[in-house]
Design a protein around this ligand. Structure first.
Ligand SMILES: Nc1nc2c(c(=O)[nH]1)N[C@H]1C(S)=C(S)[C@@H](COP(=O)(O)O)O[C@H]1N2
Ligand SMILES: [Mo]
Length: 337
């Protein structure tokens, strides 16, 4: 059993709405170059009509990614009845401060990021510490597609079809010891290819770092993503490996991960370091706890414009309460924001 999640997020073929999830066979073939002859196609791949997948650019996927893609469990989890955000928006409206602070900067600048070869250091409280080549690290795990809401703390949101591996299956492989209580994650630090790390007025202490409690990290909804929209991750979205925790604000989803440490103490996180009264360690999506400078009760769902703002109510735990609320039983979410 790969995923144990409630009925609320589990996928039922019949409930997949056409506008929520499809890409034409043509787009898939052209866009995800990785789907070579003989590759299995998602069940809904024959749907026609313009879709969120329009304009999916052909990438240059690593060989291991192409292999993994053939065995993908398509739509393992979906966001029922919610339209997928167009690929164009998901790849041109980004937060990735290593490449600049404007939403368009990552798309413009992240081409310099070299994602192959890539390795991940695993250390701390683990039975099998080491420096793993990415392809070896993910080898035993099956690729899954998961369509999740992404809610940024800045009060905008998207719906993105990720491709990735449950973090739990990857963590089990390195055998956390009984002392491990948290996971700390670190992004690549490379000023030569990351212009945002060169700017002298930067208030961020690089590298970007994030963390999860071990039970959050092991939760079946927590994903290590290597792709989106049926193809490998574009650089601006955190290639080649980034974290996705769908019930938390987007800043927990650390990009371009080079290190994972199993630790005993709650790790320091980048945004907590910048403004501890505004960004907490937990960062669970919560419409009842406002950001000091704006409400968190509502969000702008992209694409959103002046005449079609597309505003919706924010849901507790971003709509994943049924699956994750029990993780926080007894915890004051106003104090632990
Ligand atoms: N290393 C790193 N990871 C990061 C960020 C960043 O600036 N640097 N921004 C975060 C924020 S605030 C959000 S909302 C998401 C955005 O992911 P996306 O651009 O793929 O939508 O990435 C998160 N991960
Ligand atoms: Mo964010």
């Amino acid at each position: 059993m790969l995923i144990k999640v409630s009925q609320a997020s589990a996928c039922h073929e019949s409930e997949i709405t056409p506008q929520a999830a499809y890409l034409s066979r043509r787009t898939l073939m052209a866009g995800a170059a990785a789907l070579a002859a003989g590759a299995s196609l998602p069940a809904w791949a024959d749907s026609s009509s313009a879709s969120a997948y329009e304009g999916v650019e052909p990438g240059k996927p690593a060989a291991w990614f192409q292999e993994k893609l053939k065995q993908t469990h398509w739509q393992a989890i979906t966001a029922k009845g919610e339209a997928i955000t167009p690929f164009k928006d998901a790849t041109h409206y980004n937060n990735f401060y290593e490449f600049g602070t404007d939403k368009g900067d990552p798309a413009q600048n992240a081409g310099s990021l070299k994602t192959e070869p890539w390795s991940i250091v695993v250390d701390g409280e683990v039975g099998k510490p080491g420096k793993y080549a990415l392809e070896d690290f993910v080898k035993p795990s099956q690729l899954e597609e998961r369509i999740y809401r992404l809610r940024c703390v800045e009060a905008w949101s998207m719906v993105i079809p990720w491709l990735g591996f449950p973090l739990a299956s990857i963590l089990k492989q390195v055998e956390p010891t009984s002392k491990a209580r948290y996971v700390r994650f670190e992004t690549l630090q490379d000023p030569a290819t990351m212009p945002g790390q060169r700017s002298s007025f930067s208030y961020i202490q690089w590298p970007y770092e994030e963390g999860l409690r071990l039970d959050e990290a092991m939760h079946p909804l927590t994903l290590l993503a290597v792709g989106m929209y049926g193809r490998e991750l574009p650089n601006q979205n955190g290639a080649p490996l980034r974290l996705i925790v769908p019930w938390k604000y987007g800043f927990k989803g650390i990009k371009s991960i080079v290190r994972m440490s199993l630790v005993t103490e709650q790790p320091r996180t980048t945004w907590q370091g910048i403004a501890p009264d505004e960004y907490g360690f937990y960062a669970n999506v919560n419409p009842q706890v406002d950001h000091p400078r704006w409400t968190q009760a509502r969000e702008r769902r992209l694409p959103s414009g002046l005449f079609a703002p597309n505003v919706r109510e924010t849901q507790m735990f971003n709509g994943y309460a049924e699956d994750v609320a029990s993780l926080y039983a007894g915890l004051d979410l106003r104090v632990n924001y």
